[in-house]
Design a protein around this ligand. Structure first.
Ligand code: MAN
Length: 349
């Protein structure tokens, strides 16, 4: 299949070495899955920064957020028989799951859409409540007029849920708490109302009957979400056979809402696909990629903290040009461009 996306020649555009850790005791292990936005004439990325303590020989240590004491480090001997480290992202100890790193969100800005830097005026966003003790991750940034709507994954012993905050200026934030309870992630709010209702994609997981499917919800006020509809399920033998979830807000086109999404297999290979949804009723799926639009192939996508992953939750649209920013191999940040018209031409309607 023809390559639809042209990767930035500068890839990766940001690596864990590009920025400083939040404290001297911690090390940035990965930069992942940024939201993207425009603010005051600049391009912004809201990076997910994943940190952990510098590791000591024979031990594994990981940070969690404690409401009373702040960041607290837990350390376990790697030869402890009750420890399972099969997945580099997860520490399973005495039957309980923790994360190897703790994530927070950090805005970075660029004049040219390629070179990004932190700006001291805009600080990091930390998970600081009981529902984000293991961090906040993979934030989508949607913009309606001058309101930015941030929807992200909140991880804690209570589960994996969707948190929301809004801002006008990237300095003061209004907290909405959790808008979808566990297990749920991959939430992106549409950037305009349809028939006077807000819409959002979300991805609940049903462990018994059902699976990891993409859903659509509606809201009168961005806070109360209901009228849930399942819009797309996993497909056996396809790139999205095990799970799928929305990227950023869908793009309005004259053929329908174009949603870029990620699909993963049982082997955790993450690719991008597209869906087209009815403009007036986005619960109607008009078309969906049979083949991935983009799959891991470059060295920085194949190998890293967690290899064979392309994960996109931030993009910018300029006429026909779509620029996506994505996390590669759960370790570095990359960019790629595609023509929206060409993506639409791959979708059979
Ligand atoms: C999950 C999330 C993402 C991550 C992928 C691949 O979907 O935790 O943040 O990029 O897995 O590890």
């Amino acid at each position: 299949m023809k390559t639809l996306f042209t990767r930035f020649p500068e890839n990766p555009i940001l690596t864990p070495q590009s920025i400083s850790a939040s404290s001297a005791d911690l090390k940035i292990e990965c930069l992942l899955n940024p939201g993207a936005f425009r603010y005051n004439g600049r391009t912004g990325l809201l990076l997910r920064v994943a940190e952990r303590p510098v590791q000591r020989e024979g031990m594994i240590s990981f940070p969690i957020y404690d409401m009373q004491t702040g960041i607290k480090v837990i350390e376990i001997a790697t030869n402890d028989p009750e420890l399972n480290l099969d997945d580099p992202r997860v520490i399973c100890y005495k039957g309980e799951d923790f994360l190897t790193t703790i994530s927070y969100l950090l805005p970075v800005f660029s004049e040219d859409r390629i070179h990004f830097e932190t700006d001291p005026a805009y600080g990091p966003l930390l998970g600081q409540d009981k529902y984000s003790a293991y961090g906040i991750e993979d934030c989508r940034v949607s913009q309606i007029n001058d309101l930015y709507i941030l929807t992200y994954t909140s991880v804690s012993p209570q589960g994996v849920a969707v948190g929301m905050k809004t801002t006008h200026d990237w300095i003061t934030f209004e907290e909405s708490g959790l808008i979808f309870p566990p297990h749920n992630k991959d939430c992106a709010v549409f950037e305009e109302k349809i028939n006077d209702r807000y819409f959002a994609f979300h991805r609940p997981s049903s462990p018994e009957i059902g699976g990891n499917y993409m859903w659509l919800a509606q809201s009168p006020d961005l806070k109360h979400w209901g009228n849930h509809q399942c819009i797309a399920r996993t497909r056996e033998g396809h790139f999205d056979s095990a799970r799928l979830g929305a990227g950023a807000a869908p793009i309005r086109t004259d053929k329908g809402w174009l949603a870029i999404y990620h699909g993963a297999t049982e082997k955790n290979r993450y690719c991008l696909g597209a869906m087209l949804l009815d403009l007036n009723d986005p619960s109607i799926l008009l078309a969906r990629s049979e083949e991935p639009l983009m799959e891991p192939q470059e060295a920085y996508e194949m190998k890293g903290f967690f290899g064979e992953v392309i994960f996109n939750n931030g993009h910018l649209v300029n006429g026909d040009e779509l620029t996506i920013y994505y996390g590669a191999a759960d370790e570095v940040i990359c960019g790629a461009k595609a023509s929206i018209r060409e993506i639409l031409s791959t979708l059979d309607t």
